[in-house]
Ligand binder design. Structure first.
Ligand code: PLP
Length: 356
């Protein structure tokens, strides 16, 4: 299906007209035009508000994995210790990413149907392993689990851990992401989830300590972070930026700020509640062990009894509703409803949501 009547895919989500319209322009060269540098700075400032941070926000033109790798490769080097806290696929994926740059890794891995369970266990690991970086995922998109960063942020401070790295790709804009309050050094976001843009840009907040470390390491590569530090100020980016992508991301950020971040978050919470209540009343079991660990942006649930995923997916597609399947251990068993960004629309949900 090239186009969905009612997309509830957990990213890329349906792109609203206002964002599509930004691509209907023959933009000038992002290498030289001052208007582009101003737009970049405006976009970065808007994303600071959405991240609740005074830290710099760097925007890159590529999809989400670009900033995930940029943070890892720019701030870590062979032999550095990295502690990965995981409740799912993206959390454990960070172990492999850190290993790929030669880091020594340790991890605390919780089951995928619950959020961080045992903070004492995490504290013992931190005290013992003394990592340079702690990694965590705010919203595990495959399981719809939202992890609270409060205690990890406190532990980062208590043990003076240089870097706290958080993937907020599928939560930022749809729930509170408190970068400064939770002492997050590198927080990662993507355009194709709550921001409701095509998968063509990504962004990361960078603390002063993270910049210092990136400077020490001085990683050279296409995904290097350091060249972005003063790029907009000096009008000199490491490679040509895509004006249209940044224009779309900025428009998305402005849409959220016009609505009011708190209102956007309430809208996500309301839609999540509606979807969950409809799933439950259709006799479908939610995947998270406790409903309170479920993210306001995506809900995972068991494929209903009597259906395979393929049959259920087809039945829903025949009604014009497109849901997300799953990966790894959850493939075929657990499906996902993406109620994020443009798809968190209570009127549409109430009108069409009729599952079985
Ligand atoms: N992190 C999380 C939690 C995600 O859900 C995704 C994509 O689904 C990514 C990172 C990677 O983003 P992208 O697919 O845009 O590279």
């Amino acid at each position: 299906m090239e186009k969905y009547n009612y997309g509830f895919f957990p990213g890329p989500v349906s792109v609203p007209e206002r964002i599509i319209r930004m691509s209907n322009n023959n933009y000038g060269s992002a290498d030289v035009e001052p208007e582009f540098f101003e737009l970049y700075k405006r976009c970065s400032g808007n994303l600071q508000k959405i991240f609740n941070t005074q830290n710099d926000v760097v925007v890159m033109t590529g999809e989400g994995m670009l900033v995930l790798w940029s943070g890892i490769k720019s701030c870590l080097q062979k032999g550095d210790r990295v502690l990965c806290i995981s409740t799912g696929l993206f959390g454990t994926g960070m172990i492999d990413m850190a290993k790929a740059v030669g880091c020594e890794t340790d991890s605390v891995i919780f089951p995928s149907d619950c959020s961080f369970e045992d903070m004492d266990l995490i504290e013992i690991k931190i005290a013992d392993f003394r990592p340079k970086m702690i990694t965590a995922v705010h919203c595990e998109t495959p399981s719809g689990i939202l992890n609270d960063m409060t205690r990890l942020g406190e532990l980062k401070k208590k043990y003076n851990i240089p870097l706290f790295y958080v993937d907020a790709v599928s939560s930022v804009g749809g729930t509170h992401v408190d970068v400064d309050k939770h002492n997050i050094d590198i927080c990662l976001g993507g355009s194709q989830k709550v921001m409701s843009c095509p998968p063509n840009s990504c962004f990361m907040s960078v603390s002063a300590r993270a910049w210092e470390i990136a400077e020490e390491i001085n990683y050279q590569g296409y995904d290097a972070l350091l060249p972005f530090r003063d790029a907009a100020e000096h009008g000199y980016f490491p490679y040509t930026q895509s004006w249209v992508n940044i224009a779309q991301l900025n428009e998305a950020a402005e849409m959220i700020l016009e609505e009011g971040l708190d209102n956007a978050i309430k809208r996500h919470e309301m839609c999540a509640e509606e979807i969950r209540s409809r799933l439950k009343s259709a006799g479908i079991k939610l995947f998270p062990r406790e409903e309170r660990s479920s993210s306001p942006t995506v809900t995972a649930a068991y494929v209903p009894e009597g259906y395979t995923w393929d049959v259920f997916d087809k039945k829903m597609r025949d009604k014009g509703i497109v849901l997300g399947g799953n990966y790894g251990d959850l493939a075929g068993k657990v499906f996902r409803v993406g109620h994020m960004g443009s798809q968190a629309n209570i009127n549409t949900i109430k009108k069409i949501w009729n599952l079985l």
